[in-house]
Design a protein around this ligand. Sequence first.
Ligand SMILES: C[S@@+](CC[C@H](N)C(=O)[O-])C[C@H]1O[C@@H](n2cnc3c(N)ncnc32)[C@H](O)[C@@H]1O
Length: 279
Amino acid sequence: MTDVHRDAVIGFYDRHPINEDEILAKLLAAGIDPKHLDVETLARFDQDHYGGTAAVDELASRAGIVAGAHVLDVCSGMGGPARWLAHRYGCRVTGLDLTRSRVEAAQRLTARVGLDTLVDFVEGDATAMPLPDAGFDAVVGQEAWVHVPDKAALIRECARVVRPGGTIAFTDIVARVPLQPSEQQRLYDEMSYAPLGLADEYLALLESQGCEIVYLEDLSDVWTRLLVERLQMYRSLRDTTVAKFGQQHFESWDRGYAFFVGLYVEGRLGGTRIVARRR
Ligand SMILES: C[S@@+](CC[C@H](N)C(=O)[O-])C[C@H]1O[C@@H](n2cnc3c(N)ncnc32)[C@H](O)[C@@H]1O
């Protein structure tokens, strides 16, 4: 990954409308004391993917995650899915993320709900993971790998760190048709997305790394509906986003997100859920 792209991703997440302060403000607004927080309550606010904890459960069940397993969440953000998996399934979870502010927020939020003995976070790049070979029973990811330009290196690393027989299970944003260079450029400039390929690209990479595809689902229609709602949700965060990052940042975020959601509505972007097993 180039330094320019790394800085773009980190800058994007350092100024993301869903952030630790915004979560704490929402909790207070809902009359919840953040000092006495449980994971189920926090999970209503801390999931930065589509479909909330139900989507985490769906992925976990497809991946066969069970108590005692060690799961790696690649691009773990503020740790919402990692905490949920540990809480719900009694597994250990390590989250890996490039953005230090996300890793630190994840650690603080996890300590708040007393899950820090089961869940830890590591700062690092998904294409060069600072993690041992075959150390995990499952590798998961949600709506994040879209940022990674070198998908071959990403999948190679996932296959390296999962044990033989373990699963790689993820959902991600993909193109439904080849995108125009101008569309790719806008998604890069405004969302820090790497050039988007079709879901088939992931399937070929997984197979080339000795993995067998065990499940594939097209989420495009479901996500289109969710994303139209999500645009409204970000618009409802206008006041906290403006207060934290300024009016200009809110407006450029809104333009970028509306363009992104428009590509779903036009049938150009979609979503995929893929589960593969390392042979
Ligand atoms: C949309 S958030 C997803 C967070 C999490 N999956 C969730 O559902 O709450 C995407 C995350 O990917 C991380 N990320 C992007 N590129 C990365 C890379 N190359 N290596 C590790 N993390 C990366 C970002 O820092 C960000 O925290």
